[in-house]
Design a protein around this ligand. Structure first.
Ligand code: ISJ
Length: 98
């Protein structure tokens, strides 16, 4: 029985690896988004886009039988972090240009 637990934990670890890689990939796009927004002169925060994402996440949670509250909380963290990364990138870029 202990062996079965270890086998399941190994599967969880493998899934966690994939999740982290996807988070890293998602975060890596913040720089590109920030650059384009800076060139367009538009704000980092885009409530309409966020509403679209949250509506989509709610739908995906239903489709995949995932608690919507969990799904939304996870994407709130990802989105807020992405905006922080954009702000950080823009600040660093502006400091370099001074
Ligand atoms: C990445 C963007 O910037 C912000 C971050 C978002 C995200 O992490 O998905 C979505 C909307 C914006 O508030 C974007 O505008 O697409």
């Amino acid at each position: 029985m202990r062996e079965k637990l270890e086998e399941i934990r190994k599967k969880i670890d493998e899934i966690d690896n994939k999740i982290l890689k996807l988070i890293a990939e998602r975060n890596s796009l913040a720089k590109d988004v920030a650059e384009i927004k800076n060139q367009l002169g538009i704000p980092i925060n885009d409530p309409d886009r966020e509403k679209y994402i949250y509506d989509r996440i709610r739908k995906l949670c239903k489709e995949h039988n995932v608690d919507e509250n969990i799904g939304i909380k996870i994407f709130q963290i990802l989105i807020e972090h992405n905006k922080a990364l954009q702000r950080k990138y823009l600040e660093e870029t502006q400091n370099k240009n001074k």
